[in-house]
Design a protein around this ligand. Structure first.
Ligand SMILES: Cc1cc2nc3c(=O)[nH]c(=O)nc-3n(C[C@H](O)[C@H](O)[C@H](O)COP(=O)(O)OP(=O)(O)OC[C@H]3O[C@@H](n4cnc5c(N)ncnc54)[C@H](O)[C@@H]3O)c2cc1C
Length: 374
């Protein structure tokens, strides 16, 4: 692989050229960039990292399942070895080994990655909004809103969408609203979280609760709604307080932190025909993004196609689309279907399916359980 000189300035077209450009300093961009830099294999290469957001402070977190030690293991704030699934007529606490459910705080992740990146003199950080990204003359070309133009001589890694795709116009939102609460006495088992409690009214969309015990008297509880529109703020609070009262039988507690987030969760459209632009991240989980980042690094080492390392078998895109359409139409028995999946399959198979790692035979087993055939 050839590399260009650092920060090569091209006065004839006012363009700056780097070997690698990262558009997006979220989970996907930072996970891959930090791996590349820490591998020691890219010391002679130049990098540009662009994001519109400085990541100054974000008190939210990611929770995700992962097998064994992860790349960012030292940042894990909490971990659980068992998970509860509750649905209509079903409740089970399931050991998830060899997986663990982990929590990483966004502030810790961004601080670790950005502090490390700032120590490297072959990386330039730019906090500006991007206007467009396209391929031109075998290069990935990025234009900022302020008119500046940057090129990637080798690869441009893009982790956000600029233009809404046709699917985005049929909007599907995942809305999540959470509280951290404390109780006066110990109430929670810190070895088990609740991944999904579907015993909720389902008329507004697919509605489920998660609980993540942080200490015996402290828990993060989140209400999640997958729907065509955001719920009213009051509805969030009512859902959370109702769940604490009716399902967890708690009346004495105080709320110590609040978080809210809403994001599009339409089917991904990451495949690119541009040789120099690679789409990474998307609405994948933190854990899956780590696996993809490892795969990209392996592809670099073995001189394989980087784009392929980030792609998954086509059938998973089809499953994604099917799932989104079903959710968009507020499938009346969505909660029952999801419950049946957990009831009829080992949770490890469900995790592998959601991580797009199952075999076709396992996919058929998942489908059979969904349709009530197993
Ligand atoms: C409500 C909700 C809760 C979730 N909870 C979890 C969870 O608990 N665990 C989990 O594993 N996953 C969770 N996810 C999935 C989560 O989206 C991914 O884990 C992860 O954030 C995706 O990483 P990414 O790098 O692709 O995107 P992001 O982390 O969103 O990064 C994209 C970056 O691009 C930047 N950007 C966007 N547009 C522009 C532009 N025009 N110019 C410049 N910069 C731009 C953004 O500022 C951002 O930094 C959740 C998603 C939602 C919606």
């Amino acid at each position: 692989m050839q590399h260009s000189s650092l920060y090569q300035y091209k006065p004839y077209n006012y363009s700056y050229s780097y070997d690698f450009v990262f558009a997006g300093a979220g989970v996907a961009g930072l996970s891959l960039l930090v791996r590349m830099l820490q591998s020691g294999l890219f010391n002679g290469f130049s990098f540009l990292l662009v994001d519109r957001d400085r990541k100054a402070s974000d008190n939210t977190h990611w929770c995700f399942w992962e097998r064994g030690r992860g790349y960012f293991e030292s940042l894990v704030a909490h971990r659980w070895q068992k998970t509860w699934i509750h649905g209509p007529g079903y409740s089970d606490c399931i050991p998830i080994a060899p997986y663990e459910y982990k929590m990483i705080r966004k502030n810790d992740f961004y601080r670790y990655c950005l502090d490390y990146i700032k120590t490297r003199d072959n990386v330039r950080l730019l906090f500006e909004p991007v206007r467009s990204i396209r391929q031109h003359n075998n290069r990935g070309v990025l234009h900022l809103e302020n008119g500046e133009r940057y090129e990637a001589a080798i690869k441009l890694f893009q982790s956000f969408q600029l233009q809404p795709t046709p699917a985005d116009r049929r909007i599907l939102l995942r809305h999540s609203s959470g509280w951290v609460i404390e109780t006066p006495s110990p109430q929670f088992d810190v070895s088990a979280n609740t991944m999904m409690d579907l015993r909720m009214p389902q008329q507004d969309g697919v509605n489920f609760m998660c609980t993540m015990p942080l200490a015996e008297n402290r828990v993060f509880i989140a209400s999640n709604l997958i729907s065509g529109k955001s719920p009213a703020e009051k509805a969030d609070d009512e859902r959370l307080s109702g769940y604490l009262r009716n399902n967890l039988c708690l009346s004495a507690y105080h709320v110590v932190d609040i978080e809210k987030r809403s994001t599009l969760m339409n089917s991904e459209s990451r495949q690119s025909t541009d040789r120099n632009i690679v789409h990474i991240g998307g609405r994948h989980s933190f854990g899956l993004i780590q696996e993809e980042s490892d795969a990209v690094l392996r592809a670099f080492l073995s001189n394989e196609d980087i784009g392929k390392a980030c792609s998954h078998p086509h059938r998973f895109r089809f499953y994604d689309k099917m799932m989104n359409e079903a959710l968009r139409h507020k499938h009346p028995s969505g909660a029952a279907h999801l419950t049946r999946i957990f009831r009829r399959n080992p949770v490890q198979r469900v995790f592998r399916f959601l991580d797009k790692q199952t075999t076709l035979t396992e996919d058929l087993q998942m489908m059979a359980s969904l349709l009530g055939l197993s």
